[in-house]
Design a protein around this ligand. Structure first.
Ligand SMILES: [Zn+2]
Ligand SMILES: [Zn+2]
Length: 151
């Protein structure tokens, strides 16, 4: 685990009961978040707002991930850069059920696997610059978002 990663968090204070919850505002980059049509670029900021609370088996993390995907709009073929916001609530425990839970290693949480998964699932199969994109004229190829044509 990369201990310098902004997404690796020490929760020792929570586990030894010095505090009841930890509120965090994390920001960093993660590479490899991509699908066939679009990606969260490796230098694109990813923001994670999370509240961590203790439960008997570990901790529960609840929060929001924000970033942008970049890709080519499948209607107008222009470059698109569109915001994503994903809410999550996940358990981090020492003996995880790998289907539904994440691993708590010592007193540290590595948020990269969770954040990567959330963002990859959110990447659109058919990227659009905006839901109302008018696309290109099938005849002359004019970008109908920019104006109309005489076809
Ligand atoms: Zn478009
Ligand atoms: Zn036309």
């Amino acid at each position: 685990m990369n201990l310098k990663s902004p997404f690796t968090v020490d929760i020792g204070k929570l586990l030894n009961q010095s505090v009841d919850r930890i509120d965090l505002n994390l920001k960093g980059n993660i590479s490899g978040i991509e699908s066939r049509n679009c990606a969260v670029l490796p230098d694109r900021d990813i923001l994670v707002l999370v509240v961590i609370e203790r439960i008997r088996r570990g901790v529960i993390c609840q929060g929001t991930v924000r970033s942008f995907w970049d890709g080519e709009c499948s209607r107008c073929l222009e470059h698109a850069s569109v915001g994503m916001q994903i809410d999550f609530k996940e358990l981090f425990v020492t003996d995880p059920d790998i289907e539904t839970e994440y691993e708590l290693i010592g007193d540290k949480i590595n948020f990269i696997p969770l954040v990567s998964e959330l963002l990859i699932v959110e990447l659109p199969l058919i990227p659009l610059c905006k839901v109302t994109c008018k696309g290109l004229c099938q005849v002359c190829g004019v970008n109908l978002n920019m104006g109309s044509c005489s076809c």
